[in-house]
Design a protein around this ligand. Sequence first.
Ligand SMILES: [Cu+2]
Length: 99
Amino acid sequence: MNHRQITMVALILYPLSLIAAGEQVVDINIEGMSCKFCAHKIQKELTLLPGVETVSVSIDDKKVHIVMSPGKKANVEQLKKKITASGFTPVETTTETRD
Ligand SMILES: [Cu+2]
């Protein structure tokens, strides 16, 4: 997946997350991402976590956008630990529930 495709996925998934019911959305700013391989690695690792439905990564915004499965509560500490274990630094986190 190249950078352009990742951005495309983010653009497609964002409106979908607005219409779905009771979904928790987590945005995490990340330091240390420099290329599409970094982005791909973070995406792959976070997608493996329980309850995570979709992960989109923006290298330009240095940000990862996580949508949880409907009704699943995000474990922000676990998400951040996974990012750290992947070799990156999570900084600011925002969590929002959409209904
Ligand atoms: Cu990289």
